[in-house]
Design a binder for this molecule. Structure first.
Ligand code: DC
Length: 206
């Protein structure tokens, strides 16, 4: 069984995808991490994330980079969003994601285009969304907890900017697949959102 979990930044899709993978005993791939690694590698190379040539060269990032804590920062998220616009980058990362989705026994993948491009045949597609206010508040709490300094206003502005870029790019924009189930987590705590996601998957496959 393939479970596709798509949605904007800080919607809770990563948490839900990990929990679904644990519950159904499936391997999980956070595809945003691949784009983050490309964004980070461009910077390490001294390149420009808006240049398709520089971004494509960064797709050869070393696997170790995926474990770097800096990959999780808002700044790297912004670079990831910028490199993800380039069709050559999306192409270069396609095979790895597609192979992960097709492995025997199934998989859970989360990202922006899993249900539309990477695994359109997924048995279950969840599109996770939440208001900008709810997402900004969550991201702010995470940042403070990990000792980073930022303001709620800066976080909300960053999220809106990334939403805008991710949803309006030409190639594989962020959007719910026609057959996706939409789950709004604005009013749900972590445990309630996980329980709801598990229930939706069970209902879909039964
Ligand atoms: O999910 P995330 O915040 O880690 O993703 C970082 C950026 O990577 C996001 O702003 C857009 C890009 N991305 C993408 O274009 N397609 C995916 N499947 C996953 C992420």
């Amino acid at each position: 069984m393939i479970i596709a979990v798509d949605g904007p930044t800080a919607s809770g899709k990563g948490t839900l995808a990990r929990a679904l993978a644990g519950h159904f005993g499936l391997p999980h791939l956070d595809t945003g991490l691949l784009y983050r690694a490309v964004g980070r590698q461009v910077v390490l190379n001294g390149g420009n994330p808006d240049s398709e040539t520089d971004a494509l060269a960064a797709c050869n990032f070393p696997m170790d980079l995926l474990n770097e804590p800096e990959l999780r920062s808002e700044v790297t998220g912004g670079f990831a969003s910028r490199v993800s616009i380039h069709p050559a980058v999306r192409n270069a990362l396609y095979e790895r994601q597609r192979n992960f989705a097709l492995q025997a026994g199934g998989a859970v993948l989360d990202g922006r285009d899993i249900g539309t491009v990477i695994a359109p045949e997924a048995e279950v597609k969840l599109f996770v969304q939440a208001s900008v206010e709810a997402r900004a508040a969550r991201r702010y709490a995470e940042m403070i907890e990990t000792g980073r300094t930022c303001t709620l206003k800066e976080i909300a502005m960053g999220l809106k900017e990334r939403d805008e870029r991710d949803a309006n790019r030409k190639d594989a924009p962020l959007r719910a697949a026609d057959d996706a189930i939409v789950l709004d987590t604005s009013e749900l705590g972590r445990d309630a959102a996980i329980a709801e996601a598990i229930e939706l998957v069970k209902r879909k496959i039964s």
